[in-house]
Design a protein. Sequence first.
Length: 308
Amino acid sequence: MGRKLKHLLEFIGVLFLLHIVRILPRQLLLAFGRALGRFTFSILRIRREVTLDNLEKAFPEKSATEIFNIGRKCYEHFGMMMLEYLLMQSMTRVELFALIDDANGTAVAALDRAHKEKTGAIVLVAHFGNWEYLAAWVAAKGYPMSFINQPQNNPYSDRLIQQTRSRMGMQMIERGSMGMRVILRALRDRRMVLIAPDQDAGRDGVFVTFFGRPASVARGAAAFVLKTGVPIILCMLRRRQDGDYSLTTEKLEFDLSADWDEEQKLKAITARYTNAIENHIRRSPEQWFWLHRRWKNQPQPVEAHADL
């Protein structure tokens, strides 16, 4: 089968699901999503081995049964999230706001403060809970917001994602060298730049501890802080028992020594926010994207060279 035909058939499947989710009541939609997740975990087993291996590495103290149950619940969660995301094609701002509890307005207060101080901000998220709803919420609240975008392999699906995000008022910035300059310009224009730095960044990333193991983290967020002085606001959207979401927000502070060089400061900032993200994941591990090979790249051993 040609790649173009494969992408087209995949997209037709997405359009079929899009039609189904629009007519389902929310609780039935969530039940359908959980069923899709269980089917993928138990029957299709897509990336199940990766998921369980990641969980075993992150939680060595848990039994095999506990690891298995977290893995299954993870697939259920992302089955629900996938269907919820499709709803954003037709969702109004009022409907979105009704699903998200802002814990006494703390998120609005933090974003308002950055906006009023005319500094811009890095809104740090993770592939946790529902980061798509979180990004849409920030934009729908009226904050000038830019989203770091990773283009999808399927051009039809990518176009749908772009349309959905733009509809909620998000400005897209493609990841890459050109994107770095655009991000700096956005921060200087006092925009909120949303970054999710919790996936493997390859051998050129900064290696910090994540769940007790070295993990490669992209340098971007910390580098932007050092270059512009903008604040980092960590925002996490956690699914509640009733299926709706609670939003928690924290402006991160960094204890940096004046004696440190740029690399030491960059690593300290990266370690601080990586630890903050880990703390949220530990409270609801089934809501993080364990399907990704988070520890794929590891620090290269330093070779010892004999004196010549």
